[in-house]
Design a protein around this ligand. Structure first.
Ligand SMILES: O=C(O)CCC(=O)C(=O)O
Ligand SMILES: [Fe+2]
Length: 360
């Protein structure tokens, strides 16, 4: 099969593909650095960015908030380094509740033949399997506050004589729990915002609005470098799209006690690392939130009975994406879906504020 560049040149992708030359593999000498399993592998030439400022010399301590966490402190660290650890994010009792609800799913998924690597068991879409994930983590005030800052959107637009304001809050995009077993090999460094085709421009200081997802990774067990703690490159959220990550020279390894959490911008280079222990399992839950105008990674609606969702309050349902993104997105029969989920819920319009324009 031949693929020529024109197959890819949609509006959104042309920004990166103008810097990429794709040629069929057959024309080029075979052998070096090609993943053999990919039938469609092509030789790709990329114009790499020339200027590459050094990775900041920081330690995990510089990225950690040990007491009195608040969204201001977390956002400051995220802006600079792309990742921030919050000690004691969860109380023991909440953590046990989450672990108790996820345990049967881990047990059930143990023999899934699709597991890669085979030592890592995943429980996908935990928000519709464990109510405690929703009540204790997804809607944790600190989580909501941080995600709002990076992902919420408010826009003003003309409709006839009026300027209208529409508000689109952040919603969950994925919520996967991982149990990484002894001997599991690590992941390649990657940016999770690839699923949104988010094209990064080099930034000297962080630009709000450029993020497509924000993650929180909660330690459901102790996390150490040896048991596979996530490797990441501090500051790489500020890099040009095609700056190449180098694992050995640039990575730090996440270490957390049970109950700690780590906020992570989706534009940071990261990946699970090797679990070199003989008998330690690293269990963590990673929730990603996205903009309310984006497409969610996991479909949490199909197959989930509507009764499951009715147990949550309006605020939690909004975080689950079961409300509207103003204007006019995610309607059910021209209504906000919350009307069907919460009897008595009234939404007056599809956009929140209307302003009369008196001068420009
Ligand atoms: O296992 C980890 O620490 C990270 C997992 C991850 O980055 C991913 O699956 O995208
Ligand atoms: Fe990832």
């Amino acid at each position: 099969m031949t693929i020529d560049n024109s197959d890819y040149l949609g509006n959104a992708t042309s920004q990166t593909l103008s810097r990429v030359q794709i040629s069929p593999l057959d024309n080029i000498e075979k052998g070096n650095n090609i993943t053999p399993s990919l039938v469609e592998t092509k030789i790709i030439e990329i114009k790499l960015p020339s200027e590459e400022p050094p990775v900041p010399k920081v330690t995990l301590k510089d990225l950690t908030i040990s007491s009195d966490p608040n969204a201001d402190k977390i956002a400051l660290i995220l802006e600079k380094y792309g990742l921030c650890i919050v000690k004691n994010f969860m109380e023991d009792e909440q953590l046990e509740e989450v672990n108790k609800e996820l345990e049967p799913h881990f047990a059930k998924n143990k023999d899934d033949p699709r597991l890669f690597p085979k030592e890592t068991v995943r429980v996908t879409s935990t928000v519709n399997k464990s109510p405690a994930v929703v009540t204790e983590i997804l809607s944790h005030p600190l989580h909501v506050d941080v995600c709002q800052r990076f992902l919420d959107q408010k826009n003003a637009f003309w409709i006839g004589e009026n300027i209208n304001i529409g508000y689109s809050p952040a919603i969950v995009t994925s919520s996967i729990a991982f149990r990484v077993g002894p001997g599991a090999t690590g992941q390649a460094l990657h940016r999770d915002d690839m699923s949104d085709h988010n094209i990064r421009q080099k930034q000297d200081t962080y630009k709000y609005g450029s993020e497509s997802q924000v993650g929180i990774s909660v330690a459901l067990s102790k996390v150490t470098k040896d048991n596979g703690g996530t490797k990441f490159i501090p500051g790489s959220h500020l890099w040009d799209h095609f700056r190449k990550p180098h694992e050995k020279e640039q990575c730090l390894y996440l270490e957390m006690d049970k109950g700690d959490a780590c906020f992570m911008l989706s534009s940071i280079f990261h990946g699970g690392s090797d679990n070199i222990t003989k008998d330690e399992f690293r269990t963590l839950l990673i929730i990603f939130m996205c903009k309310g105008t984006q497409r969610q990674k996991e479909n949490i609606y199909l197959g989930t009975p509507i009764e499951y969702f009715k147990q949550f309050n309006t605020h939690q349902l909004k975080l689950l994406g079961l409300s509207m993104s103003e204007p006019f997105s995610n309607m059910l029969e021209l209504r906000d879906p919350l009307v069907d989920l919460k009897p008595g819920y009234v939404r007056k319009s599809n956009y929140s504020d209307v302003g009369k324009v008196v001068s420009i």
